[in-house]
Design a binder for this molecule. Structure first.
Ligand code: ZN
Ligand code: ZN
Length: 690
């Protein structure tokens, strides 16, 4: 049985952006799938609320504000607005987007900490705190750096961020250094408050056993709970933050009040909408947290224990996303491997929906995602433009030109069944947080639409039997309507436009999947269609790659010091140039020996014994399709490539691959994953390439 829709209301939250820097593609990997999930639940008729807000406390903000000579409040206000704007620009639609500096969060945090104190889950303890004699101050978290006691890497006060990623308690760091003046720090005794996390072992094991969401989060947390649970120091010597009750010189640790923000933002939403926040946090509403995999520990161990200890409901599910790579390099702002949402994407005129599509269709949510401009271009051009966009535009243009309205015509049983089946194939993986599978299933319906249009040849029918042609067109319009609804969660703005183009006047965002099988209204006048998805040209991709390369070169230059700056930039450029391939020259006669043709993929199926290979039958204009084997199993979905045109080297000596004969070769760009070549527009199978 599917978990959604359920009669229990759902609350979806996203890991809070830290109001100390700009939004980049890595951030969006959590927010966009969460937004898509929320929209998809609404399409299934599920009651759902979506909240988030800026994380505004903690030492990095204080350190940064100090350096900029502004107050922490001024700093966080600026970045809070930046994130709020970015989310709106990217069509991420929160019902509430607050900050952890809001009064609601101060009140809720104070209430929860008081409950923990009352219930006996906190205790004071004198510990060693890093102290800088030079600066004459305590050094919490980011104010101190040193050596990780577990792995030996350089770490900061509360986390081994470069090494084993362990959460570190105050006093654990070896050879502590003050990050303000760089001098050696010393440890001084001071009283702090601890949360008895160790008492929650049995509760956590039981809780995690039943926790929904992705298995990566669950398994990681269970491993941690079984291994060790250390009591958490939950106070810090700082001015900026929520005061620890009864102690004016202490604030609570940022990981206490940050997740409590989820509750505070729900309260803000409830106030605004005359709703009840307690149905989630004190009742049995389902709370689902979308987070980056790196904050699993905080959300699956610390947070549910704190909620339990204070008498609140615990999260129903945690969905953790995999990491993001930039051009196949580990994401790193300091090394220049970063793509900023504003200056690198939106400011260059890219539509937000395209990136939404890329981030969900690239790979499974829990796996590592690579952002590459070339792959971005390829996915947009071969999937959104060539398959989905092509189907919508050819259907609407043909209808508009020949009928001016949606014509009368019975919808085939087969078409309606295909739509119903696709809705199931989208809903099921969506409920399992398998967003790529859901998007691929929707795209398969677009391929089906193209085949339906192509094989029924309405352009021929219109000349001899207008009624029969009208029926084909009405069926295509029905498929288009279903596709628009199925793609609305991923491409909300584009589908709003498409919805109008098929003559619908209702709100596409409020429509549900059940509308997909409601028959299209014949007689609806259609406006002249416009192209929804434009091809991304090579020079645009090259421009973006140049920007990335330059940033990396600059980062290297910065690292090696200003003196060698020019040299380093030059060296980087050389490295890039070396990568261009040089090969022996051939004559035109040599080239003419190659029989290269355009073919259309008729069937595609994975070769069972192989991880990489797919068996294809490709129509290259001969009596029967050619059997070819291509190394595209990892990168392509068989259902999706049927009907697609490819470029085939037809006179290559046949060879057996994993026991399957390949009579020729499908040409592809040799990059990370195969990128199939395709003609600019559809041509007759067998067309020679010269
Ligand atoms: Zn470490
Ligand atoms: Zn110092």
């Amino acid at each position: 049985m599917s978990k959604f829709p359920s009669d229990k209301p759902v609350l979806v939250t996203c890991g809070l952006p830290y109001a100390n820097g700009k939004a980049h593609v890595g951030h969006l990997r959590t927010y966009i799938p969460a937004d898509i999930f929320v929209r998809a639940l609404k399409k299934q008729g599920q009651e759902v609320t979506f909240v988030c807000g800026s994380d505004t406390h903690g030492t990095p903000i204080v350190v940064n504000a100090e350096q900029l000579n502004i107050t922490p409040k001024e700093l966080v206000r600026k970045y809070h607005k930046h994130f709020d704007d970015t989310f709106k620009d990217m069509n991420v639609n929160f019902d509430a987007f607050g900050t952890t500096d809001d009064p609601e969060n101060y009140n809720r945090t104070t209430d929860i900490v008081n409950k923990l104190i009352e219930n006996g889950y906190t205790y004071p303890k004198t510990i060693e705190i890093a102290y800088c004699p030079e600066c004459d101050r305590s050094l919490p978290d980011r104010y101190v750096e040193g050596t990780c006691p577990y792995c030996g890497e350089t770490a900061r006060g509360d986390e081994c961020d470069q090494g084993c990623e362990k959460h570190l308690e105050p006093g654990e760091l070896k050879e502590p250094k003050c990050t303000i003046c760089g001098g050696a720090a010393e440890y001084r005794k001071q009283e702090h408050y601890f949360f008895k996390l160790s008492e929650f072992k049995d509760f956590l094991l039981e809780h995690l056993e039943h926790m929904e969401g992705t298995s990566n989060a669950r398994n990681y947390a269970i491993g941690w709970v079984k291994k060790e649970l250390i009591d958490w120091c939950i106070t810090r010597n700082l001015e900026w933050g929520v005061k620890f009750p009864g102690h004016d010189d202490l604030v609570v640790y940022v990981w206490v009040d940050a997740p409590i923000g989820y509750i505070a933002f729900t309260e803000e939403w409830a106030k605004e909408n005359n709703e009840d926040w307690e149905k989630f946090w004190k009742g049995d509403g389902r709370i689902i947290h979308f987070i980056g995999g790196d904050i699993t520990y905080h959300h699956c161990v610390f947070w549910p224990a704190m909620l339990k200890g204070a008498g609140y409901s615990q999260p129903w599910g945690v969905v953790a996303s995999g990491m993001v790579k930039i051009e196949n390099k580990k994401f790193s702002k300091s090394r220049g491997y970063v793509v900023w949402v504003g200056e690198d994407y939106l400011d260059h005129g890219f539509h937000p929906d395209l990136l939404r599509y890329y981030l969900t269709s690239y790979t499974s949510h829990t796996k590592e995602l690579n952002f590459s401009w070339k792959v971005f271009q390829e996915k947009i051009n071969t999937e959104l433009v060539a398959v989905f966009g092509n189907f919508l535009y050819r259907t609407l243009l043909f209808t508009h030109k020949n009928f001016g309205e949606i014509p009368e015509g019975e919808i085939d049983r087969e078409v309606l069944d295909k739509i119903t089946d696709t809705i199931t194939k989208v809903n099921k993986p969506m409920g399992e947080y398998e967003f790529k599978k859901a998007v691929d299933s929707a795209m398969a319906l677009a391929s089906y639409g193209n085949v339906y249009f192509q094989s029924n040849e309405p352009w021929k029918l219109i000349k001899k039997d207008k009624a029969a042609c009208g029926k084909v067109v009405a069926n295509c319009a029905q498929i288009a309507k279903a596709l628009i609804l199925l793609f609305e969660p991923v491409l909300p703005q584009k589908m709003e436009d498409a919805w109008k183009q098929i003559g619908m006047s209702s709100d596409v965002h409020a429509a549900t999947y059940s509308d997909a099988t409601v028959l299209v209204n014949s007689g609806t006048t259609l406006p002249k269609p416009t192209i929804l998805f434009e091809k991304i040209e090579d020079d645009k991709t090259e421009e973006m790659e140049t920007i990335s390369n330059k940033r990396v070169a600059e980062a290297i230059a910065k690292e090696s010091g200003t003196k060698e700056k020019e040299g380093a930039v030059k060296k980087m450029e050389e490295e890039i140039e070396i990568e261009t391939i040089t090969t022996e020259e051939i004559t035109f006669d040599d080239f003419s020996k190659l029989d290269i043709r355009i073919g259309t993929i008729v069937t595609a199926e994975p070769v069972k014994k192989s991880n990489k290979l797919m068996r294809l039958e490709v129509d290259i204009g001969e009596d029967s399709p050619r059997q070819l084997v291509a190394g595209i199993k990892e990168t392509h979905d068989p259902e999706q490539i049927i009907g697609r045109q490819v470029v085939v080297l037809a006179n290559l000596k046949p060879a057996k691959l994993c026991g399957v004969e390949s009579r020729g070769m499908v040409l592809a760009g040799d990059t990370e994953g195969a990128v199939l070549l395709m003609p600019e527009e559809e041509v007759a199978p067998g067309t020679r390439v010269r």
